[in-house]
Design a protein around this ligand. Structure first.
Ligand code: SAM
Length: 331
């Protein structure tokens, strides 16, 4: 089975909210750390002036290819391979910043997680909607596949990951069922993985109770673990904030509670808000940001109906204050 060429590849979420809350001056400088298929980029560049510059980063070579095919002729756009965790030390990235944004950036966008291009292509192995190899790598050129990663796990370590990244309450029996199938040589594809989950959490019962497919949480967990999705997120948000000029804005779009918690806590801390134990911070937190729409922005009814992935999306925004950002304040 291959990707349906007639299906839209990815519809950018919260687009209106991004356009309104990360406004780019005509000659503005923007960094998009999750370029994907360039949906946000296209809309933002469509409104920007001839002097604007837009740098798009993505770890997925196929996403970069698509974005290049869509927008590559635009001389204002540059595209770099990399992750939002590691791009900060990439010489090509540093050179772009030096040349194009010596005074800092006007906006940074992070639209987290996977794109529909990745999710809908069975060959990428992200979804149990179609049969594909157990891969799940956003960058298919690096790191272990989901199957390789599973082969390295013990019952305990897999259960811990499924609990931590999928918030699956039945993580222990689910982990045992998956590894039993792996050892029996019957775990090869996405459908095999889903079938192992259903031996513990029957799909029919969930369907009758109108609950989400029981394999959803386990797939999310394994995908997050395989791609190390949460590990460098807080540091990447802090680095994004440090790269802004005063008045510049960062926007982070998350799709599940684990990502959103990190985005919220990081932005609040950079806004000088203490969320730790006790009533007051042990020392005053430096304030580098002003929070815009403190609770974040969610999709309206029309968008939620038209584009289901937007239902779980939340955009959090911060505006950079004119402060010194020392390396001690980054996480
Ligand atoms: C939700 S999509 C972005 C869609 C994009 N805004 C658009 O409108 O087309 C997320 C993208 O981020 C990329 N991505 C996820 N984690 C990443 C990371 N740590 N570093 C760089 N790119 C990442 C994925 O490969 C995917 O293409």
């Amino acid at each position: 089975m291959s990707l349906d060429p007639a299906a839209p590849l990815h519809v950018p979420v919260l687009l209106q909210e991004v356009l309104e809350n990360l406004p780019l001056p005509p000659d503005g400088r923007m960094l998009d750390l999750t370029l994907g298929l360039g949906g946000h980029a296209q809309a933002i560049l469509g409104r920007a002036g001839a002097g604007a510059r837009y740098l798009g980063v993505d770890r997925d070579p196929r996403a970069r290819e698509r974005a290049r095919a869509r927008l590559g002729a635009d001389p204002r756009l540059s595209i770099l391979a990399g992750t939002y965790e590691d791009i900060w030390t990439d010489p090509a990235f540093a050179a772009w910043l030096r040349a194009e944004a010596p005074a800092g950036l006007d906006a940074v966008l992070m639209d987290l997680g996977v794109s529909s291009l990745q999710l809908k292509d069975p060959e990428r192995g992200f979804s149990f909607q179609g049969e594909g190899p157990l891969d799940m790598r956003m960058d298919p050129e690096s790191g272990p596949t989901a199957l390789d990663w599973l082969a390295e796990q013990s019952d305990e370590s897999l259960a811990d990951a499924i609990y931590a990244y999928g918030e699956e309450r039945a993580s222990r029996p689910v982990a045992r069922a998956i590894l039993r199938s792996l050892r029996a040589g019957t775990l090869r594809t996405t459908l095999d993985l889903a079938a192992a989950v259903y031996t513990v959490l029957p799909k029919e019962i969930a369907r009758r109770k109108k609950q989400i497919d029981p394999a959803t949480r386990t797939f999310q967990a394994i995908r997050i673990a395989v791609n190390g999705e949460l590990a460098g997120l807080a540091a990447a948000i802090a680095a994004a904030v440090a790269s802004l000029k005063p008045g510049g804005r960062v926007g982070v779009i998350s799709f599940h509670s684990l990502e959103d918690r990190i985005a919220k806590q990081t932005l609040r801390r950079l806004a000088g808000i203490y969320d730790g134990p006790g009533r007051t911070a042990p020392q005053e937190l430096p304030r580098h940001l002003r929070l815009i729409h403190a609770g974040g922005l969610k999709a309206g009814e029309a968008e939620a109906a038209a584009n289901p992935p937007s239902r779980s999306a939340r955009l959090r925004i911060g505006e950079r204050l004119a402060t010194e950002f020392s390396s001690r304040t980054t996480p």
